[in-house]
Design a protein around this ligand. Sequence first.
Ligand SMILES: [Zn+2]
Length: 341
Amino acid sequence: MWRTIRPFVRDGIVGFGARAGWSAPRQAAGKLTIATFHRVLPAERRNEYPMPELVVTPDELDWCLGLFTTNYTCQTLTRSYAELDDDKRGRPRLAVTFDDGQLDNLEFALPVLARHRVHATFYVVADAVGQAEPLWHDRVAYAWPPPGSTDEARALRLVTDAGVAISASETPTPMLPRLLAGLKRMPPARAEEVAQRLESAFGTRRPEWDRLMDWSQVRCVAGAGHEIGAHSSTHAILTNCDDARLEHETAGAKTTIESQIDRPVPAFCYPNGDHDGRVVRHVQAAGFSNAVTTQFGVNPPHLAPFRLRRCDIQSATSRDARGELSPQRLAWRLAALPGSG
Ligand SMILES: [Zn+2]
């Protein structure tokens, strides 16, 4: 019962909040809001991707950018951050970011960004650029059998035998996100090994269109005025890396990307948002000047440059109880207010 009425109750609160001035952009003046996107795929491709919560369609992105540009000054992350202090009472600032360097960003996000004259920040995984294989979490997702199938039970045995701890859930939560959460607690080499074993046992359902950008495509994005940031070298969870691997994932990524695009790379993005004091020190020592997390929130004027908070934008977090795109709901999300997930 509550599950059915909850979205309508939420719409009522969100509408009241908008009228009372609780939500964005009223509360965003002098602050830096950072919007996170991953994949931009037309609906028919989204249906083929096993983690649809990471996808917005080009139309949804177009709608979001329309609202962003109406209410915010939108610039790349490094520029927004650098200019933030000058603008305490001015128009709120928002940086649009894309994680992982997927080819769909070039195909579907770039034309929409151009239409709105917005320059974004694209975080690429240095050693994965131009590689045929997807990132390790996508390899797992594409190999994981359909929910409820007998193969899924076999796959579950395979991963628990490999030592992956999967948290119990009382509600019927899909297995894949819980598996990925378990893998993210393991050393990178073991997580990659599990991805390999799943692929050998169950093959891959990776669609033919799924590709990471190559360097000429990354240069094309940079050439259009967008910022290229580093998203590590291999998308390893950095808190699980030893010092040598951490050096490769931070300083190594910076050197690789700078040599390929021939411009400085001051922006870093922690894979899965995971960071601690040691990781932050490595990122600083590598010469980056800012780093974004996945911690949900808006950044105040005196913000911590290596712990920047973001608002990840999903199709579901922008729609009301009837499934319609809702400006009030997106504004609530952008203000990082409770219950906006
Ligand atoms: Zn990522």
